[in-house]
Design a protein around this ligand. Structure first.
Ligand SMILES: [Zn+2]
Ligand SMILES: [Zn+2]
Length: 267
């Protein structure tokens, strides 16, 4: 594959931020980790904020946008989101400081755009935010799909994953843990719902459907209360084994840390 690096600074309800770097520069998907943590992480990995050419937002929940305004104001970084996500951020009282107009860029779903030698396409992902997108990123021979906060697996999402060789997919909850856990009924209903989050089982079924063309899979947005990284991993491995897939044909499977950087994945 080409020189392409990925680093996850956090994944889950405490904050989401993914860093992508190639020979031409760097960009982020989501900016939901607190700014003081981000400053520390950037120093740890020798990343200069001004070297980031853009932040691509998935949706307008605080765990995905927390430090986007700081990046825009202090480093002058353009922030990309759909029109509906911008509207959602404007009316959300939790997002107190708004991103300046001059830093805002509007993206359209299913409209490929060229960015740092990559071709990026945003596509619809069902979730209970104002809007939510996944990203299909092509760079040289890397074809990566990034899907988080996904209420249900639609045919459209499947059609993007069908083209991919790398996949970041939400594996939010273990169904038994959520069903039997302490969350109030309304919250369980929300998470189980088609606009909530994706379970380990749903992630595993998707990975099994596409494993033949996937070399790397990262399991993201793993719940602290209704899941463990081991359970998320076991669900995928268990299904692949049950279906008779040989271990050497498994993609490289990595559950992502919730609140710690992963270090670089070099593709
Ligand atoms: Zn989230
Ligand atoms: Zn969300």
């Amino acid at each position: 594959m080409g020189a392409f690096r990925i680093l996850c600074f956090g994944s889950g309800s405490s904050g989401n931020c993914f860093y992508f770097q190639n020979d031409e520069g760097a960009f982020l998907i989501d900016a939901g980790v607190g700014i003081s943590k981000m400053r520390k992480y950037f120093a740890m990995y020798d990343i200069v904020p001004q070297s980031i050419s853009g932040v691509f937002l998935t949706h307008d929940h605080i765990d995905h946008v927390r430090c986007a305004c700081s990046f825009a104001k202090r480093a002058g970084i353009p922030i990309y989101a759909t029109e509906s996500v911008w509207q959602g951020m404007d009316i959300n009282p939790v997002i107190r400081t708004k991103i300046p107009i001059e830093n805002r860029r509007i993206i359209q779903k299913n409209m490929p755009m060229d960015f740092l030698g990559c071709r990026l396409t945003a596509f619809d992902v069902p979730h209970d935010s104002s809007d939510n997108v996944g990203y299909y990123i092509c760079y040289k021979n890397i074809r990566l799909v990034h899907v988080t906060d996904d209420g249900s697996m639609t045919d459209e999402i499947q059609s993007y994953i069908a083209q991919a060789n790398c996949l970041t997919i939400e594996s939010n909850y273990d169904e038994d843990m959520l069903r039997n856990g302490a969350y109030p009924t309304y919250l369980k209903t929300r998470i189980f719902g088609t606009n909530g989050h994706l379970s380990n089982r749903e992630a595993a079924e998707t990975i099994y459907r596409h494993y033949k063309h996937l070399s790397h899979v990262w399991l993201c947005h793993i719940s602290a209360n209704n899941n463990t990284p081991q359970k998320a991993l076991d669900e995928v491995v268990g299904l692949l084994r049950k279906k008779g897939v040989a271990e050497q044909d498994f993609p490289v499977l990595t559950p992502l840390n919730r609140t710690e950087p992963t270090g670089f994945f070099d593709l």
